[in-house]
Design a protein around this ligand. Sequence first.
Ligand code: FO1
Length: 317
Amino acid sequence: MTDKQRHILALCGGVGGAKLALGLSHMLAPGGLTIVANTGDDFEHLGFHISPDVDTVMYTLSGLANPATGWGRDGESWSFMESLRAFGGEDWFQLGDKDLATHVERTRRLRAGLPLSETTATLCKAVGIHHTVTPMTDGRVRTVIETPHGPLAFQHYFVRDKCEPVVTGFDIKGAATASPAPAFQRALDDPALSAIVLCPSNPFVSIDPILTLKGVREGLEKTDVPIIAVSPIVGGKAIKGPAAKMMAELGLAVTTRSIAQHYASFLNGIVIHDEDAAEEESLRSVCPHVLVTNTVMKSLEDKKRLATDVLDFAKKI
Ligand code: FO1
């Protein structure tokens, strides 16, 4: 089977994960990639349903993403935000004018009774995406961050409070009783599925909400399809976001080994950065297959090269 004939399932959070998803999208035939985006970060804000990770994946794959932030749209204007601020409105979460159209249209469709997965498929088609991008579920899942001062809704922790509060745990509300979205379940059941890739996203708040959905972890534990994680930790730091800070606060070593241990019950292979090559030996006791390569993705070429490395690695497992 050539790379162009394979079906790959990628589990993904926002900015970091979307980079690898973009690389994979270039290496696989149209329809050969299903990207499942976390919706634990979703929230209702200013009357809109915001799906940040779904939108980050959609904008990244369609070339519409803001390259400086990784989230939101390129060439954005901020008239709505400025006018809202002038009225004394809530302005801690930045919604650009173009991005606002996504939230308006998504919210309209959801209120008309359409599921989030169908709404996402329509929006992705409109921006020219030829692969399947699906929210992890059509159910309502909301990640809550536990802190010594009480629980915080995910976006309050992440954006409003800039990830500053100490994290003591996570409550992924609604996940255990929510079913995987139809396209996610179809990918899991597809006899042509040849690998499952955990993108270099935050294990606690991006990947765990997906794994916690009804039947997903059990399904991964049972499948014969190789499951590969790309470590979001490089040289003791997170490539992006609060993963390293969270690990330290939870008393975990900030290493690729901790990432492998987190997924140990189903993981077949882990991809780590050259800088962490010294961890390879100790990793093998947790995860049988280790690939050491350059996992830092700056250019499109980097993303395509890492995607190719991951696909080749999966073939050997
Ligand atoms: N992240 C920020 O750090 N600040 C923002 O104001 C912000 C606005 C925003 C608007 C739409 C969207 O789709 C994403 C947005 N993000 C923002 C990113 C997002 O909240 C996080 O990156 C994810 O939830 C974590 O993956």
